[in-house]
Ligand binder design. Structure first.
Ligand code: AMP
Ligand code: ZN
Length: 665
């Protein structure tokens, strides 16, 4: 092996080990920063030496492959379902049944039943070959490109693995990551995801694997499948899989009897609430693989395994009424108001009904007796109706057609589940939500003003939009509930102080749909002042790094509305910052205006990031790929051969760092 190849291999091994320590063992041994540096180094080397390409290199985890249609793939070994049990008696019946079919003592492996999306991974010579969803059990979708981005899925195994095998597991989205994803969605004005499980399974079918890479998914493994695996029991299989680098939770326990199983169930029924991800039961498996073989399968499930569902935390109660909530974006959510009932240790009075389709599907009617369950979701959900208790005069629910807050006709876009109130500037909850966003910490961060006070100010008719905040006087706010001399002063001072907040945060505070903190920064940096943003066309916007069509459309629509321009003009008059400061602009010129520049290779006098910043600071645009639009390429040493070829083919000028820096001076 020559030295470059060796170096590439070493980097891959090293990064793989760090990935493993961090994502499988939850024990980081290197800083994110150092990891990034090594990853970048490997990326650069691989770009320069395409002859050493490896589909399972750690660089492949960032995603980028786009799949339009997932290829249907037949499972070499069928993916069965599991039979369910709910009581000690169910388990004893099961044991009696299997004892008739096999001889000898039976040991059981008890495992947690992870609640996510099941996946089958195929490995050959220690390399991940494909990943297929369960589908109908006989065939599923090939989602390999997406699965590769999940860091706890090993792309290359270690130790004494068999030459070829399948391994089954569950893709889950731990609570922490789920909550964070939802915070980010709320920040850009999107509806939050409903639960981790659906979000995990939805993620597997995203077309853009780079999007999947951003989601904090995990893969928990529980079953080896194949021949000549060199293991004799399920428990040993778990241990082996762990040694080969898979993430196999260590809750699994080997027991000798159904009593032992029940102990395991009782323990986890309580302690599962401390786990970082959702579980909905326990899976019990006959430990000995020989015994498993003898037991075989029924038409739909193995005889050697049994799921035990945690006691369904479910009750029935009367639905007293359905009310409708209006969110910051105008989205309507129907809410079930229930006769209060005890469930899983809390009194439940309300449950989400999600949307019109859900109500129609379950045919939920006021005065029905409904089943309520508390699952992983924060808000309990309604599972269905006890039809035997339906009153005779009951009428199907008619979904509202006008906004409960402002009476505007609701709209429902093609393909969307949710109804919306389009009365953007005249609907109270939307007005309040927008002002609450405006004052929030990452936006204007107004000291002395909280969300409830905002609602009060709007409801009292003192303000109607966020610009009105700056007109408020102490005399106006003093009579408000819970307002005293001191708090009124704080409020007015906090508002006055906020005019110092820099432009990029003001832009974020405006609450343009899809414009989160990062996008606001990008726009501020690119356009430098609000007028340039207002005048930008959709085509120009999508040319800004990382601005997609959805964001561009939303920005254009926001500034096309007369009312928004008026509000911005008012804010301007109050002294808010609508342009980058001298300091932010210093070192910035228009020298490279209109230039689209590709940066490639390794540089000596300046880092790649500094180089990119210099291009942007001087009005140029950095692009990652060479095309006919490229103005020129700034190349360091070690420019990749494929890039070079493309540049030559398209006749694009290549300059070095010295020439580039001279151009700027
Ligand atoms: P069900 O979908 O209710 O038939 O249950 C079967 C599913 O449980 C399987 O397809 C797996 O995705 C999932 N599952 C979760 N944890 C385990 C586990 N430890 N062993 C086997 N299956 C599991
Ligand atoms: Zn409304």
């Amino acid at each position: 092996m020559n030295t470059v190849e060796q170096h590439i291999q070493n980097l891959r091994d090293e990064l793989r080990t760090h990935n493993y320590n961090y994502y499988v063992l939850d024990n980081a041994t290197i800083s994110d920063f150092d990891f990034d540096i090594k990853l970048k180094e490997l990326q650069a080397l691989e770009a320069k030496h395409p002859e050493f390409f490896d589909a399972n290199s750690p660089t492949q985890r960032v995603g980028g492959a786009v799949t339009k249609n997932f290829e249907t793939t037949v499972h070499e070994h069928r993916m069965y379902s599991l039979d369910n049990s709910y009581s000690k008696e169910d388990l004893q019946d099961w044991e009696t049944r299997i004892k008739k079919l096999i001889d000898g003592d039976i040991q059981y492996t008890c495992e947690l039943k992870y609640d996510g999306a099941s996946i089958s991974l195929t490995y050959e010579d220690g390399k991940l070959i494909k990943a297929v969803t369960r589908g109908d059990g006989f065939q599923g979708d090939n989602v390999t490109a997406n699965i590769k981005t999940i860091k706890s899925v090993p792309l290359q195994l270690k130790g004494d693995f068999p030459p070829k095998f399948d391994i089954r597991g569950e893709i889950v989205l731990p609570f922490e990551g789920f909550i964070k994803m939802n915070e980010e969605r709320i920040e850009i004005g999107e509806e939050p995801y409903r639960n981790p499980r659906n979000t995990a399974s939805g993620s597997l079918k995203l077309q853009d694997s780079a999007e999947v890479a951003k989601r904090p998914l995990e893969c928990l493994l529980y079953n080896l499948t194949g021949t000549n695996l060199g293991v004799n029991t399920q428990f040993e299989g778990l241990e082996k899989a762990r040694q080969w680098g898979f993430k196999v939770p260590d809750a699994a326990k080997l027991v000798d009897s159904i009593d032992g199983v029940l102990e395991f169930v009782e323990y986890w029924d309580v302690h599962r609430h401390d786990l970082p991800y959702e579980t909905d039961g326990v899976v019990i498996k006959v430990n000995n693989l020989q015994q498993q073989d003898e037991l075989g399968y029924t038409a739909k499930a193995p005889r050697w395994a049994m799921a035990y569902k945690f006691k369904a935390e479910r009750v029935s109660t009367r639905l007293n009424s359905i009310t409708y909530q209006v969110g910051r974006t105008g989205a309507i959510t129907p809410v079930a108001n229930l006769e209060p009932v005890e469930l899983a240790g809390t009194t439940v009075k309300r449950a989400s009904l999600h949307n019109a389709d859900q109500i129609a599907k379950l045919d939920i009617r006021v005065n029905d007796e409904v089943y309520v369950e508390k699952g992983g979701e924060i808000i309990p959900k309604i599972l269905g109706v006890d039809l035997t208790k339906r009153p005779e005069n009951s009428e199907p629910t008619i979904y509202i057609s006008t906004c409960p807050e402002c009476n505007t006709q609701l709209v429902r876009q093609e393909g969307e589940a949710q109804h919306y109130c389009p009365n953007y500037n005249g609907c109270n909850p939307q007005i309040i939500g927008r002002i609450q966003h405006f004052i929030s910490r990452k936006a204007m961060d107004i000291d002395g003003l909280g969300g409830e006070t905002v609602a009060l100010l709007v409801n009292e008719g003192l303000i109607n939009n966020y610009a009105d905040l700056y007109k408020l006087t102490k005399e106006q706010v003093l009579p408000l509930e819970r307002m005293a001399e001191k708090s009124a002063d704080n409020l007015i001072n906090g508002i006055a102080e906020s005019v110092k907040v820099p432009f990029e945060r003001v832009l974020f505070a405006l609450g343009i749909r899809y414009v989160g903190e990062t996008v606001a920064k990008k726009l501020a940096k690119h356009y430098k002042n609000i007028d340039a943003v207002i005048n930008a066309t959709q085509e120009e916007l999508v040319n800004v790094d990382e601005i997609g069509i959805k964001i561009a459309e939303s920005v254009v629509a926001f500034f096309a509305a007369e009312e928004n321009i008026e509000i911005i003009n008012n804010l301007r008059a109050f002294g808010l910052k609508f342009e980058l400061t001298e300091e932010q602009l210093s070192g910035q010129t228009e020298l490279l205006k209109g230039n689209i520049v590709v940066v490639t290779g390794v540089f000596e006098t300046i880092s790649r990031n500094e180089l990119k910043k210099a291009i942007e600071d001087n009005g140029g645009k950095v692009s990652s790929s060479i095309s006919s639009k490229t103005s020129y390429i700034v190349a360091g040493s070690n420019m990749g051969p494929s890039k070079k070829e493309k540049a030559e083919k398209l006749n694009v000028l290549i300059i070095n760092e010295v020439e580039f820096l001279r151009m700027l001076n």
